[in-house]
Design a protein around this ligand. Structure first.
Ligand code: SF4
Length: 322
């Protein structure tokens, strides 16, 4: 049975922790609720932290000759410096973090899709950008899992986000108690995850584990951690998952009947053609891992990268791919 580290996640307070939005309400979020038993949340409301009240006049991101600015049109206050200074100070003192779940489209918290206007009264946005607190998050923690709550409704995005959170928490456990044995074990159990995410990263990490050159375990683990986070930065493509599943399928070729094999290959085609989600071929392989007691595959994080209780079948309908 896989044991999970407990990710520490910075979250926008309005997503179910405080009624701190500009209009004095909160916005409870289903993913936050489901995650609650498995993660330690660190809620923060950057706008309240810089001294804006609840309720408060809304903020806007403006395009100016001097770059993007965060302003409050109703009071003509420019809050750019305050927000940047708060973001930097908060992120410096926040301690170990495995990821960020932030409110979408907010001029402070939104990681994507924040409207940028030409002026305080312009009706239509010029373009989209990140919010000001979110920009500091990206700057301070470029390799950590970070998502807007809205995008978390998409299956592939959520899968990537949750995998990153729990992998980072596992890795923190290794960094806290570094040993060569633990590093070898970690790398071995993450083999298929790395194969799906980045073959190049997998090879690089394999070399770190194999060629220790007598270096202390703590230094090796530190180098490994750096490259591990980099390897997991971009979500795997569908074709990468197909490769991993075919690789795993190879372990059962002798045991399976021709009909079972055909059924699996047809399922894989359906996944490739976006007719079924990844969980469908994955469930077949997981069942065979149990049935044939394939020790190497049973240890692979790939088959349960985060607690099964976090799986859900609903999707935003925005498609499987990022
Ligand atoms: S989006 Fe961010 S700044 Fe706005 S209310 Fe939520 S936590 Fe506060």
């Amino acid at each position: 049975v896989r044991t999970f580290g407990r990710p520490r996640v910075v979250v926008s307070s309005c997503l179910g922790f405080e009624a701190c939005r500009y209009n004095g309400v909160g916005l409870p979020d289903a993913l936050v609720k489901r995650l609650e038993p498995f993660v330690d949340f660190v809620p923060v409301c950057p706008e309240v932290e810089i001294g804006l009240g609840i309720p408060r006049p809304t903020l806007r991101v403006l395009e100016t000759g001097g770059g993007l600015r965060l302003v409050q049109p109703a009071t003509a206050r420019d809050l750019t410096e305050e927000m940047v200074a708060f973001g930097r100070a908060f992120l410096q003192r926040v301690g170990p973090v495995d990821g960020f779940l932030l409110k979408s489209r907010s001029p402070s918290c939104g990681l994507h899709d924040v409207k940028v206007y030409a002026g305080a009264a312009s009706p239509a946005p010029l373009r989209r950008a990140s919010g000001f607190f979110a920009r500091e998050v990206r700057e301070a923690f470029p390799t950590k899992a970070a998502e807007d709550e809205g995008r978390g409704k998409n299956f592939a995005i959520r899968e990537h986000f949750l995998t990153g959170l729990f992998a980072s928490a596992d890795l923190r456990g290794l960094v806290a108690k570094p040993s060569l044995d633990a590093l070898v074990r970690f790398h071995s159990t993450y083999k298929l995850v790395l194969m799906a995410y980045s073959q190049k990263g997998m090879r690089l990490l394999g070399r770190i584990v194999a060629h220790t050159d007598g270096r202390p375990a703590a230094a090796l683990v530190e180098e490994y951690a750096l490259h591990f986070h980099e390897a997991l930065q971009r979500a795997p493509r569908c074709t990468s998952h197909v490769n991993v599943l075919q690789h795993a399928f190879g372990y059962f070729k002798e045991e399976l009947s021709p009909r079972e094999k055909q059924h699996f290959l047809r399922t894989l085609d359906k996944y490739r053609d976006a007719k079924v989600p990844l969980s469908v071929p994955l469930a077949l392989v997981r069942a065979w891992v149990e049935r044939f007691e394939t020790a190497y595959l049973a240890d692979q994080v790939y088959f349960e990268p985060y607690p099964d209780a976090l799986l859900e079948i609903t999707d935003s309908g925005k498609g499987r791919d990022l």
